[in-house]
Design a protein around this ligand. Structure first.
Ligand SMILES: C[S@@+](CC[C@H](N)C(=O)[O-])C[C@H]1O[C@@H](n2cnc3c(N)ncnc32)[C@H](O)[C@@H]1O
Length: 283
């Protein structure tokens, strides 16, 4: 019997890693069988499989594209929160918007890998909250595109209804009172208001499919935060070059607080801001 790790044979683990990397860029490396097991085990029974090897073989060899989507969604991490790390949203209202509004009649921002909507909705709320600084730039000229490969995360985000536990992760009382209302008199769920919702356009998009764009034209800013931390260097470089091609000159790229643009990518100037860094496309 071939060696197994967490109920997965070495051969199936290697094949599954290749499948996941080809599907979404996530690189599991050699030692994440525990993760595959914990994410996929809950799906076995629904597909009539007795064990993980049987299930993984079904995913890999049955050509069931729906099953493949479900499995990729189960493997990606949706961890997010409101106004994550603070500085990307302060930079938006302090520097980016004032700079853009002097040059352009519209502002286009892309939240790539938006998970359940907290990131693009935080961008929209920060803009609305600071709309006095937007004088001369009507709010209907601000477009926020939010994309993810996970349809379940996008459906949740589009709905715009969050429970109190979700809301407690990074949202201040001021924002809560201003932009959310209870779904029902006794409900512990809150709906984001239409003014915020109407600024965000959610679309399905896989970042490693670099041949297409989820919108027309180029962006003033791209938030692609905590998405590429799971990619290997080759995939990261491919996606970063693609994101750069989607940015206007002088546009900004904001990565997660532990992420950096590698030296192989030229024409992106690193700027320090508050307790983080942002990148500006200079060429
Ligand atoms: C950890 S969450 C980060 C959410 C948000 N950007 C933040 O920083 O809070 C990563 C998101 O990226 C998405 N994702 C992973 N790989 C992707 C890909 N290849 N294309 C598009 N989205 C992807 C996942 O579905 C997940 O929702």
């Amino acid at each position: 019997m071939e060696n197994e790790d967490h109920g997965i044979s070495q051969k199936n683990y290697a094949l599954f890693c290749d499948f996941l990397k080809d599907s979404c860029g996530v690189d599991l490396k050699d030692n994440r069988a525990y993760l595959v097991s914990s994410r996929l085990s809950p799906l076995l029974r629904g597909y009539g499989c007795m064990n993980l090897n049987e299930f993984i073989e079904k995913v890999l060899f049955s050509n069931d594209s729906f099953l493949r989507k479900i499995v990729v969604e189960a493997m990606v991490t949706h961890e997010t929160k409101w106004f994550r790390d603070g500085y990307p949203f302060e930079f938006l209202v302090d520097t980016m918007i004032p700079e853009i509004k002097d040059k352009s009649r519209e502002v286009k921002i892309w939240s790539a890998g938006c998970s359940m909507g907290q990131e693009p909705y935080s961008i929209a709320m920060a803009i609305l909250r600071n709309s006095c600084r937007l004088k001369g730039l009507p709010l209907n000229q601000v477009r926020i595109f939010a994309t993810d490969l996970s349809m379940s995360a996008l459906n949740f985000a589009r709905e715009g209804v969050f429970c109190t536990t979700d809301l407690s992760r990074g949202l201040s009382k001021e924002y809560m009172d201003r932009f959310f209302s209870p779904v029902g008199a006794l409900s512990s769920e809150y709906r984001i208001c239409d003014d915020v919702k109407s600024m965000v356009c959610f679309r399905h998009h896989n970042l490693i499919k670099t041949g297409s764009r989820p919108f027309m034209g180029k962006c003033d800013a791209i938030y692609c935060r905590n998405v590429m931390i799971y990619f290997d260097l080759t995939t990261k470089l491919k996606v970063l070059n693609y994101l750069k091609s989607c940015l206007k000159t002088d546009g900004y790229l904001l990565l997660g607080s532990s992420e950096f643009v590698p030296k192989e990518i030229s024409g992106m100037d690193m700027m320090r801001y508050s307790n983080g860094v942002v990148y500006k496309k200079i060429a």
